[in-house]
Design a protein around this ligand. Structure first.
Ligand code: ADP
Ligand code: MG
Length: 244
């Protein structure tokens, strides 16, 4: 492990203690998360696995500082984020976290290269000169000047991974990253996530697919807003060999 990777690994851990989140009030209240405890060491590839509505996205968004919890303490990448104000949470996201979404969320009027560059410009993090290298790393050098509509779903997701890595985050968070993809292109995306983790960065991926979760070092199972099991996987499956 290089020094950079070691630095990241020390900082990528996730600790949740007594975390709860309710949407709405009274009869309409939905307990999305109830008293969650988690302690995830730095640098792991983590899968959050559960049925639709079990609280996976809420958990990921709380870890990434997109949403705040009602109760509990949350430490991510060495930062206590449960006590941060909205502006401080924005700075935390910018400095520590990269996000990948099911439907890519690329800006349609910008090329692949510009979609990555704009994040470097907006955040003031990363380096524009690294953008070509990031696109090469996700296998898209020859598509850099294409617009999202000219790219396949798998290619768009790979652009979004390059974009998420452009700020050099401690932690990459991916919500159903293969949910909109066929098996072959989904596998390419999972290979990239596994590679990202093996390079020393923390990766947390939400999925409802048991097979996809097999690539993870740790699988957190959720049901009805609670963690029902947390298993470490001594022999994660190589993403390149996955079939589902
Ligand atoms: P998952 O990602 O596992 O499908 P979510 O975390 O999105 O689950 O949702 C957990 C529960 O919280 C669900 O019952 C969902 O309907 C509810 N929920 C999620 N977001 C909101 C919201 N913004 N307002 C009201 N209810 C919500
Ligand atoms: Mg979800």
């Amino acid at each position: 492990m290089g020094r950079r990777a070691a630095r990241r690994s020390r900082r990528g851990g996730i600790r949740l203690h007594g975390v709860s989140k309710t949407y709405g009030t009274g009869e309409a209240a939905v307990h999305a998360l109830t008293d969650i405890d988690l302690d995830i060491p730095p640098g792991e590839l983590v899968a959050i696995l559960g049925a639709s509505g079990s609280g996976k996205t809420t958990m990921l968004n709380i870890i990434g500082g997109i949403e705040s919890a009602d109760e509990g303490s949350i430490s991510v990448a060495g930062q206590d984020i449960s006590t941060k104000h909205p502006a401080q949470l924005g700075a935390f996201r910018r400095d520590h976290v990269g996000f990948v979404f099911q439907f890519f969320n690329l800006i349609p009027s910008l090329t692949a290269r510009e979609n990555v560059e704009v994040i470097v410009e907006l955040t003031g993090r990363g380096d524009r000169r690294r953008v070509a290298g990031l696109l090469a790393a996700v296998g898209l050098s020859d598509r850099a000047d294409h617009f999202p509509a000219e790219l396949s779903g798998g290619q768009q997701q790979r652009v979004s991974i390059a974009r998420a890595l452009a700020t050099d985050p401690d932690l990459l968070l991916a919500d159903e990253p293969t949910g909109a993809l066929d098996v072959a292109t989904g596998r390419e995306v999972l290979e990239l996530l596994q590679h990202t983790s093996r390079a020393g960065r923390g990766v947390v991926m939400v999925t409802h697919n048991e097979v996809v979760a097999e690539i993870a070092d740790r699988v957190i199972r959720m049901r009805d807003g609670t963690v029902t099991a947390e298993d470490t996987n001594a022999n994660p499956v190589d993403a390149a060999t996955l079939r589902w």
